[in-house]
Design a protein around this ligand. Structure first.
Ligand SMILES: [Mn+2]
Length: 316
């Protein structure tokens, strides 16, 4: 059985502020190439690791264009929702999102938590469990990495939208190390969410993989040097093979990012921490009066009123 895995497409029409090319066009070409790879490789199953869209209410014009493209795939695309596909980090909001609409129109097929799928080919039985992004996915309770294995399956694959990493990351961010979940009874864990991805790891006869986002949205040194890729998994009764396929249509870093720029992560992470501190200081339940609290934070941090208004609009 052959499986294609790709993740974090972040479909949108507006250019990320760091990009100098046409983001939407570049993305369209990459998804076309992924479709062609799926046909050339004759894959049986296509999996997407979440964050199909950059936001839950992506423009209808954009959704229409990419929805049509996804329908030119010869096989179904099975997907989990990422934090960008839903409202307020709540997977229950999926019915109000563009991804929910795509699911109900059969443009793609959502894999829901606790409802694994079974695929069979030439006597090989593969279980695919999906874990969409939820707020506490990487908290100290790692239960989301331990879906139940059904009886009689040859392989169990988990597709999860979470912060799975192979080495320590910055403080103040919740993440999960492969070391912490090595005893999962899944044979393969495929994750999205962490856009840089990591080299496929094999421990205890289990595989952990994240090919990274096919979109590069932030102008960091590592993103500049990263070539977007997808994974091809080949499963037989006695072997698992996972290989990287780099996208030929992906442009070079210097074609999509300007030569000189600040590292946006440094600014972004610091502002998030600042805002979190200030929210904590304002009240014990900062969400209860988010409108008032955001306005007050905006003032103390000298943030443009337009940005605060947009934040309030999106939260509402
Ligand atoms: Mn993402």
């Amino acid at each position: 059985m052959k499986i294609l895995f790709f993740t974090d497409t972040h479909i949108k029409s507006r250019n990320p502020s760091s990009r100098i090319d046409n983001y939407e066009q570049s993305l369209y070409k990459k998804i076309e190439e992924i479709r062609d790879i799926s046909i050339d490789e004759n894959v049986d199953v296509i999996l997407h690791g979440g964050d199909l869209f950059d936001k839950a209410d992506v423009a209808i014009k954009t959704a229409s264009k990419f929805g049509n493209l996804l329908q030119t795939f010869k096989k179904n695309i099975y997907i989990i929702s990422g934090n960008h596909d839903i409202y307020g980090y709540n997977p229950k909001s999926i019915d109000r999102s563009m991804m929910g609409l795509f699911d109900s129109l059969d443009v793609l097929k959502l894999i829901e938590e606790g409802k694994p799928l079974i695929f069979e080919k030439n006597g090989l039985k593969v279980q695919i469990s999906g874990q969409p992004y939820v707020n506490d996915i990487d908290s100290s309770d790692k239960s989301h990495y331990y879906p139940k294995r059904l009886d009689g399956v040859d392989y169990h694959i988990l597709v999860i939208h979470s912060f799975l990493l192979y080495k320590k990351f910055i403080d103040n961010v919740e993440y999960t190390l492969i070391d912490q979940i090595m005893d999962t009874d899944c044979d393969i864990v495929l994750s999205g969410h962490y856009h840089s991805g990591f080299k496929t790891v094999k421990v205890n006869e289990k595989y952990f993989a994240n090919p990274g986002s096919i979109a590069r949205m932030t102008n960091t040194e590592s993103e500049k040097n990263r070539t977007p890729k997808i994974l091809i998994l080949e499963l037989t009764k006695d072997d698992i093979e996972i290989r990287d396929v780099y996208l030929k249509s992906a442009k070079k870093g210097n074609e999509i990012f300007p030569e000189k720029s600040q590292n946006p992560y440094l600014i972004k992470n610091q502002s998030i921490l600042d805002i979190r501190e200030k929210l904590k200081a304002l009240s014990s339940n900062p969400i209860y009066d988010i409108r008032k609290n955001l306005k007050s934070i905006g003032k103390t941090m000298n943030i443009d009123q337009k940005i605060i208004d947009e934040a309030i609009r999106r939260i509402e």
